[in-house]
Structure formats: structure tokens, C-alpha cells
Design a protein around this ligand. Sequence first.
Ligand code: NAD
Length: 271
Amino acid sequence: MELKGKNAIVTGAARGIGRGIALKLAAAGANVAIVDLGNPADRALTYNLSAQTELNRTVDEVKKLGVKAIPILADVTRYADLERMASEVVAKLGAIDILVNNAGIIAVGPVSDFAEDAWDRVMAVNAKGPFLCAKACIPHMAKQSEGAIVNIASVAGKTGHGGASAYCASKFAVVGFTQALAEELGPLNIRVNAVCPGFLRTAMWTDVLDPLIGAQYGVNREAAFDEYIARNTYLKREQTPADIGEAVVYLCRANNITGETINVAGGGEVH
Ligand code: NAD
């Protein structure tokens, strides 16, 4: 699919990987709806999500690349928000060609101590969110002759790790959902693929995983990320939001690829 002039929705795009995806899609010529909560406080989490100022900043950065960009406040767990999101994109940009389900959260801890509401929230955002966004967008996407959905899963959706059971379960769900939806939407020429990012120095690592991994490895939290990369990747380097954005652009363009799940992990996961 040629991306110039196409219209994309990227959820969780105010910062981190979603911002990187939005910038790469824009550089390829697509207009982008930047969707995020606009509220850092999620009471099930131990870290802050992004603020509305970050959402607006990303919109400005995308516009500077010469495409249209619109901010949309929406919670991917609320279907009414997502119906509004889809209608707003069609009204302001004209159509929906691409949906990138990137919004995601993490909570860690052993199962025996893990709060039920944290499990529910992780599953609601990471696993149910892509379903609700797809449900809201597919009727609009079906009006075009082609389309692409890219779900951002994780290497944690390929191999489970102790201490991250809810997160891993939610990302395994994303991989299964990707395959099922790819078969379902094949006849509409809407391709559905997933990217499994490896290890990026975003809030998920700096605020949540670094203390956990540091304790496991017996190093301080500042050293935990680098130690993890050194021990667990073939290439011995971290990934960047731009790396994930490149993979998303590739999957949006790749007319004969659907139902696929691509690791972008420096060899940190090879299945
Ligand atoms: P991040 O916390 O920097 O960004 C996530 C964004 O999603 C934030 O802007 C947040 O406000 C938004 N968000 C959270 N809940 C939302 C909701 N209910 N509705 C709308 N927006 C919501 O994290 P990130 O590292 O950029 O993660 C982006 C995606 O990549 C996630 O799905 C994550 O699971 C996945 N991922 C990250 C890594 C990593 O190493 N950082 C690795 C593999 C996969």
C-alpha cells in the first residue's frame, strides 16, 4: 500500500513507541490521528502515563513533517470513546486506512501478590483495547479498497517471564488476536500484522522494569537496563521508537503479508 495521502490512527501516540510510529508514518506521507488518554493517572499503575501536553507536542512534531495531524483524547478501553475517535478521523481526515494499536501499560509482581484490579486493567488496555479499536474502525476501513492494522505486541507475547504474568498474558492475546483478525479481514483486503518490540528505554523500563530486573540481577536500577541488553540480545543494543516505526511502515506497505508477527528485538527473541 502506498502511504502518501493515507490516513492513520495511532493509539498511545503521545510519547514513546507510539510517537516514533506516528513520526515514521508521517515521514512516509500519511496523515496521523494521535490518540492518547491525556491523563497521567491510572490508579491500577505504579507509574505515570502521558499528559495532554505531550499529546499536543507530538501533534506539532508530526505536522512539521508536512502532513495533517489531529489530537484525539480517548481511552482504548471505552468503546464510546473509540466510536467518537473513528467518526472524528473520518470527519476531519476523510477516511481510515491504517490503525496502529500501540497503547499499552505494564504492572509487575508475583502472581500470589498481584492485585486483581491491576490484572484486569492490563488485560483491558493491552488485550481488549486492540479489539475495541478494531471493532470501531473496521466498518470505516471496509469502505476503502485496502487497509492495514498493526498491533504492537511484545517479545513478552512470545515467551513468558516470571513477575510479568499479566503483561505476558495480555501480549500473547494480542498475537492470537492478530492471526484471527488477519483471516477474518483477508476478504476485505485489510491486512493485520503485529510487531513485537524488544527493549526500549521508555517509562515501562525506567519506571517499572528496571527495579524488578535490578533486583533479579543484583545491580542497581540505573544499571539494570544495560545489563539486561548485554545478557539477552544478540546485537547487544537497545531498540528505539524509530526502529519500531520503520517496522510498522514496512508492514503497512507490504501488500502480501498478513497474520505475521515480527520481532524487532536485536535478537532478544527469535521465534
Ligand atoms: P509508554 O508508557 O511510553 O507509552 C504508552 C502510551 O499509551 C502512553 O502515552 C499512555 O498514555 C498511553 N495509554 C496507556 N493507556 C491508555 C489507554 N487506556 N488509552 C489510550 N492511551 C493509553 O510505553 P511504550 O514503551 O511506548 O509502549 C508502547 C507499546 O509498546 C505498548 O503496547 C507496550 O506494551 C509495547 N512494548 C514496549 C516495550 C518497551 O521496551 N518499552 C517492549 C515491547 C512492547
